[in-house]
Every structure is written in C-alpha cells, then in structure tokens.
Design a protein around this ligand. Structure first.
Ligand SMILES: Nc1nc2c(ncn2[C@@H]2O[C@H](COP(=O)(O)OP(=O)(O)OP(=O)(O)O)[C@@H](O)[C@H]2O)c(=O)[nH]1
Length: 345
C-alpha cells in the first residue's frame, strides 16, 4: 500500500464529512493508518477523530467579528489564516504512513478559487502522492442540468489542481450511479435524457460534447458513506491514482515548475536589463537591498515622503492588522497543537 494524501472536495451537502468518516472507519477495520485533517472552520462537529482541526487554531466567529465578514468571507479568511501555517502541517504529514485525508468546506470556491486551495494541495503534493476526490450527491444529480453543472465544476477542479482525480458517487444506498455512468459513456443517452423544450437543453447538449474528452479520462467509484458499500473499490482506485501521481503527474509537475522558474528568471533578468538601460547604467541596476545598505545623507529625502513618517503610518496599519490577526488566529494554541502532533509522529 502506498502512503498518500486524499483531498476531499464536493458541493455543499454532497456528503464529504460522512465520506471521511466512512473512509476512516474502513481503514480502522482494515488495520490501515488514516490521519484526518479538517479544513472546514464552520463545521459544528466532526463525526470522526480529527488529528488536525482548523477550528483548534482559527476562531471562525472571531474572524467574522474582527474582519466584519459574512459566513463565506469568514470561511475564506479563516482558510487563508490557517494556510500561513501550512509548512507545519506538511512537516507532520510527511512523517505519516498510510492515508492522510483532508475534509474541506462545502463552499468549494472558498477553497479551490482562493489562495488556500492551490497552496494546500501543492504543499501536500510535496509530501506524498496526492489525489483529489470529488464527492457527488448522486440522488441530487439525476437531473441533466444538475449533473452537467457538477461535471463542469469537477472538470474545472481537475484542471486547476493538476492532480490525479477520482469521482465518488456518494449515497449509493439511495440512488444507483448507473445513470451517470451511462451519460458519461454514451452521448446519445444524455441527449435522450434532455428535455428538448427546456431552456438550457441546447447549451447542455453542446457542453456534453465538450466534456467527452474529460469523461474519457475520468475514473469513478460508487460508495455509500452510510453503509460503507464500495469502500474496497475505492481503496483500489485510490492506489491506482497514487501510482498515476508518480508515473505521470509528478514528472509533469516537475516540468511545469522547472519551466515556471526559467520564465521567472528570464523575466527578472529582462527587468534588470531594462532598469539598467533606463538609468543609463553600463552595469546591472542595484537591487533594493543593495540600496537599503547605503546610508542616506541628511536632507536627501527632500521632496519625498520622509522615511520615518512613512514607517510610522505603516506601523499603525500593521499594528491593527497584527492585532486582528492574533485575535482570529490562536497562534500559541496552534503552535502547541503542531508541536504535540510532531512529538506524536
Ligand atoms: N443516505 C445517505 N445519506 C448520506 C450519505 N452521505 C452523507 N449523507 C447525508 O447527507 C447529508 C450531508 O452530509 P455531510 O457529510 O454533512 O455533507 P458535507 O458535504 O460534509 O456537507 P458540508 O460540509 O455542509 O458541505 C447528511 O444528512 C448525511 O447524513 C450516504 O452515503 N447515504
């Protein structure tokens, strides 16, 4: 069995938390290690033993008060605050054997389209093979329009995270996923399910053609987080995805990172050359840190904002932000929590 991280994503109410619980229980039965991380700051309780819990370190209610935010903004800000400590999470995760499973908030966009999602998934992927599990509420996806919007979401997450991706049709005790499999494998079956009178039917018809390529590369399993059905298929599929991570994704990701670094280096050099040319220098322009090392003469700043005033103004802001930050982020508890986890690992 390969050590791996599983990031569980899905629409609100799709059963992510129940899925994490079912998976945790399955691992315990199989005597396999399962380490759980909860990244939903607004959840009232988790029905599984949580090893790292965002709620231990970020006070969601305080974030709402301090930053004067609504529920979704507060979830996003709480996630961003927690992400500042992601290196500590990674140092714990990389020592873990078996599965590390991460539960995320139902507000997908707060996780995936904020700074947090990419930082967390990228950081986890440096520790172990990392797989995204997209949980679908099968009984609530039987209408072609809902199915299509779920699939578009799944597709965008796949391309955004660039990680092995597994679709989990949850709640199989209530609804068999056979219809969804047919719609993904047979374009005509999906066409037949569309109501030609429906307002969106021609759009959905074209979209399903566009998604054909995505469907072809997709792996999926059907589970019930209530009865535990499908868990063995799930672990087999996850192991296959962990292999994919090593054979395909890791190489691609390293190549992308190398190209990005090359591009940044090129841009940096071009900017320096342009700056040198603008300043009429024959030598490369000084960097900011070089300039900071130089002692400025009295009166040199005439006509400019005085450095001391500038720092003072910034200090007021910085103090305000720092204060709000520490009120929301229980840094000491967080450090203690991470230290405890590190000692245990
Ligand atoms: N019958 C059945 N109900 C399920 C299953 N999985 C989850 N549920 C129910 O679906 C509802 C939502 O489940 P959660 O696990 O809270 O879903 P979630 O995606 O974590 O919810 P958010 O975090 O609020 O987005 C609950 O009432 C669960 O009991 C399942 O496999 N079968």
């Amino acid at each position: 069995m390969k050590d791996m991280n599983i990031v569980v994503i899905g629409m609100a109410g799709s059963g992510k938390t129940s899925f994490v619980r079912a998976f945790y229980k399955h691992c315990k039965r199989q005597k396999e290690s399962c380490y759980t991380i909860n990244l939903d700051p607004a959840v009232t309780s988790t029905p599984y033993k949580c090893n790292i819990d965002i709620r231990d370190s970020v006070n969601y209610k305080k974030v709402m008060e301090e930053y004067r935010l609504g529920p979704n903004g507060a979830i996003m800000t709480s996630l961003n605050l927690f992400t500042t400590k992601i290196d500590q999470v990674v140092s714990i995760v990389e020592k873990k054997k078996g599965y590390v499973i991460v539960d995320t908030p139902g507000q997908i966009e707060a996780f995936i389209w904020s700074a947090t999602g990419p930082i967390v998934t990228e950081a986890l992927a440096t520790a172990h093979p990392t797989v995204v599990v997209y949980v679908i509420d099968t009984p609530r996806t039987t209408a072609p329009a809902t199915f299509m919007s779920n699939m578009l979401y799944a597709c965008s997450i796949l391309y955004k995270t660039r990680l092995p991706f597994l679709i989990v049709f949850n709640k199989s005790d209530l609804q068999d996923s056979e219809f969804a499999v047919e719609w993904m494998t047979d374009f005509e079956k999906f066409q037949n399910a569309l109501d030609p009178e429906a307002y969106m039917s021609s759009l959905m018809s074209s979209m399903s053609l566009v998604l054909e390529e995505f469907y072809a590369a997709l792996d999926f399993v059907s589970v019930s987080s209530h009865t535990g059905a499908g868990m063995s298929d799930l672990t087999a599929a996850l192991q296959k995805k962990a292999d994919e991570f090593e054979t395909e994704y890791k190489v691609q990701r390293e190549e992308i990172a190398r190209k990005r670094e090359e591009k940044e280096e090129k841009e940096r050099k071009a900017q320096m050359a342009k700056l040198s040319a603008d300043l009429g220098l024959g030598v490369p322009a000084q960097t900011v840190s070089d300039q900071e090392d130089e002692v400025s003469e009295p009166g040199e700043n005439d006509g400019w904002i005085d450095n001391d005033d500038y720092e003072e103004t910034n200090e007021v802001d910085a103090a305000g932000i720092q204060d709000r930050y520490s009120k929301a982020l229980k840094t000491e508890q967080l450090n203690e929590q991470f230290q405890k986890q590190l000692n245990l690992s």
